[in-house]
Ligand binder design. Structure first.
Ligand code: XIL
Length: 359
């Protein structure tokens, strides 16, 4: 039985009756102290420009995080403004911050269908293999021994496998076929044999048929890669949770079980709660968001301990959510563990139940 089960079992009822999150830790044990007893590192996606211009933001990251990942900076769009150029400005600044604050930095992401600069549209099939392997060799080579794990391929599974087939379309799939995934992992492993290599994707946690199909498609892909001894070490579960959607705890736990049964680790890489369809009242919205996060992490952690749990941002002040999921009522989205003033919300307390956040 997990410590957390004991805490929830004994006090969960209290939560239901009072709705106050502060009841979730043994009496006298603060959230930080509770987090200190945990082993799972906590981290967040960071905007390095804001980190340097907003001291409260930097302070919040130092307070809570053991790991950081660039929200941008290592994507082709930022890194490769031109075919002959590698612009390492953002990742170099972020890894310097991480080094200076005793944190590790994750690498996100080497191969993705999105965030590609215009010039990549001209990559011919005969050039694609060189462009993909050259990119990985230069980027992974630069941070060899400094970035311990990479999202090698991001979002390989199609939105709706039943309609579109298992793999998402991309310039890489068109030019190289599904072999682009194997090529990317073999190149990354050859460049940094010690790095942990992650296949990263989203939308596996809901009770919908599409989620079930995506779980099947991802498991099939992972089995095929393992059968071919492709050096993939882990599945990254992004976890962009839909606020109004129930978590399929049974389905997610079974999925995680099957993935770890293949000898793969689990990372939670981009956790946030998309709240554009949640009630306007902040208190209620934050409680629902926190409970979604708890259900999600419980379903995963009941089966296996993730290597790390990261949120996609740390404060509602800096989040991608309004780009795609702006609220119709015009209210600020609240998808993250700290509010826009860097004050901890119920979600941060849940994260401190599972991770070392703030310790
Ligand atoms: C998002 C960033 O947060 C935005 O700033 C950017 O405009 C688009 O990309 N899945 C991923 C992340 O793997 O890289 C995406 O990040 C969000 C969804």
């Amino acid at each position: 039985m997990h410590r957390r089960d004991f805490v929830l079992g004994a006090l969960g009822a209290g939560l239901a009756s009072t709705g106050s999150m502060s009841l979730l830790f043994p009496v006298g044990l603060s959230a930080n102290a509770a987090a200190a007893t945990n082993t799972i590192p906590y981290g967040a996606a960071i905007r390095v420009d804001n980190l340097e211009s907003d001291p409260d933001y930097a302070a919040a990251v130092r307070t809570y995080c053991q790991q950081v990942v660039g929200e941008g900076g290592l994507k082709w769009f930022d890194l490769r403004p031109d075919r002959s150029v590698f612009n390492f400005d953002q990742p170099d600044r972020l890894i310097a911050f991480a080094d200076a604050n005793g944190m590790t930095m994750r690498g996100h992401t080497l191969v993705w269908y999105a965030a590609l600069p215009e010039w990549t549209k001209d990559i011919t099939a005969s050039e694609a293999e060189f462009e993909l392997t050259h990119h990985i060799e230069v980027v992974v080579g630069r941070y060899r021994g400094r970035i311990p794990n990479w999202d090698v391929v991001n979002e390989p599974i199609s939105e709706d496998p039943a309609k579109e087939g298992p793999l998402r379309d991309s310039i890489w799939l068109q030019a190289l076929g599904k072999g682009y995934i194997e090529l990317a992992f073999r190149t990354a492993a050859a460049t940094d044999p010690d790095a942990r290599l992650v296949l990263n994707d989203f939308n596996f946690e809901k009770t919908t048929e599409v989620c079930r199909q995506r779980r099947v498609a991802m498991l099939d892909l992972l089995k095929e890669l393992k059968d071919r001894d492709v050096p993939v070490h882990a599945l990254g579960l992004q976890g962009h949770l839909t606020g109004e959607a129930e978590i399929d705890k049974e389905g997610l736990s079974r999925f995680v079980e099957e993935v770890s049964g293949l000898g793969l680790d689990i990372y939670v890489t981009e956790l946030d709660v998309i709240d554009n369809n949640l009630p306007a009242a902040q208190g209620v919205r934050d409680q629902i968001a926190a409970l979604r996060v708890r259900d999600y992490l419980t379903a995963i952690c009941d089966v296996v301990e993730p290597k790390a749990i990261l949120t996609w941002g740390i404060s509602d002040k800096y989040t991608w959510v309004p780009i795609w999921f702006k609220r119709r009522d015009g209210l600020l989205n609240r998808p993250l563990p700290l509010d826009e003033n860097f004050q901890p919300k119920a979600m941060m307390q849940v994260l401190q139940e599972f991770t070392r956040a703030g310790s």
